[in-house]
Design a protein around this ligand. Sequence first.
Ligand code: P53
Length: 478
Amino acid sequence: MGLRKDFLWGGATAANQCEGGYNEGGRGLANVDVVPNGPDRLAVISGQRKMIDFDDEHFYPAKVGIDMYHRFKEDIALFGEMGFKTYRLSIAWSRIFPNGDEDTPNEEGLKFYEELFKECHKYGIEPLVTITHFDCPMHLITEYGGWRNRKMIDFYENLTRTLFTRYKGLVKYWLTFNEINVLLHAPFMGAGIYFEDDENQEQVKYQALHHELVASALATKIGHEIDPENKIGCMLAAGAYYPYDCDPRDVWESRKKDRESYFLTDVQSRGEYPNYFLKEIERKGIKLEIKPEDFELLKKHTVDYISFSYYSSRVTTVNKEILNENTDGNLFASVKNPHLKASEWGWQIDPLGLRITMNDIYDRYQKPLFIVENGLGAIDVPDENGYVEDDYRIQYLSDHIQTMKDAVEIDGVELWGYTTWGCIDLVSAGTGEMSKRYGFIYVDLDDKGEGTLRRTKKKSFDWYKEVIASNGANLRNK
Ligand code: P53
């Protein structure tokens, strides 16, 4: 038994990293617009440095993205040529509700995505829509404080009701929040939260997560009411933690690390906060404001499937000396794994870790999985025709697809689909760079925003086309 016949092969992007057109079509300003690239980015995305508008000293790559707002037809045609069965994209909230708290949506924004979805269907591509991939209208941040405020649930409800109603029949697969656990690591980029001096940042973050969890359950409820055909999922930045050593204390440490993310999926999939989490926040003196009706909502409206991103496994230890030799594991700190090689950005490459992670999640929830991000961010050097011989990317992807198949064929994990991250080169979320490329399609644009924006196929383009055509049987790099 191989992958299912209707396996959803495809690629994934996010509005803020590719659309551009930040002030067109009636779109309002959002948190994702004002995060610069360069050395200040981390302080801004983590809410430690307040930036709520553009200044002259920084470069803001999301303003133009890769200009997909104007070029989506050309881009979707290329996805169609590769044989995509699905295309994962996200909605820019402030295109639909420019301020976020209006009663009536912006028709121009709705129209834009309607056209985009219709374009997908022309090629037999099923859209997979992330309702929020880090976006938050700026007005909701300055006026209400972003997701720290319970009122956000109402605004999100309005957004989701609008989307489910308008796109009924056009979209069937939905995700409520991209990488919901990223709020803990990048609260401004993830949830429009920056901090005041002296406040208990953990208290703010966990309360904001509660609001997102309630909003997610509410969206699941509404989505099912509007169209019982809708499949609504959650989304986690995944990647199993390994103990550095077989010292039981290291093993225990790695379990605790996994739980720092899994408690969210526990709520979204099982409908309840797990005891270990409730105990933990009690010890920390965090008091969550939870309304009595929240419990029932969370319990009743759990997700249909579990989606996640996987780039790398992670390692932890109680040994302070080893712990201090951290690699640059991006937002999720990880100790170097001596058994693995790393990407140019220090992300450790671990194909078997994907199979391990899939099994961990499936064992825990027994719901269908969807891998909605996986890929290698690398520096590409195109020739004069824009062609890139990206054998390193083909290697990474084929190794991961192989272990993904093993998880399905050998372990019996139920898997609906696989979308590679950044199927067309786009702006990096972590660094704001263009030079950290993931795509099958090269985009002529550099970190300073210079370039023609021309699209050209890389070697991996034809390789992935064959992978899809053979339903994953032919992974060979010719
Ligand atoms: P970039 C951190 C850890 C895991 C996933 O990341 C993450 C991040 C944020 O960097 O984000 C996801 O672009 C996210 C995408 C992002 C992708 O991973 O930093 O959902 O928006 O682009 C890759 O290389």
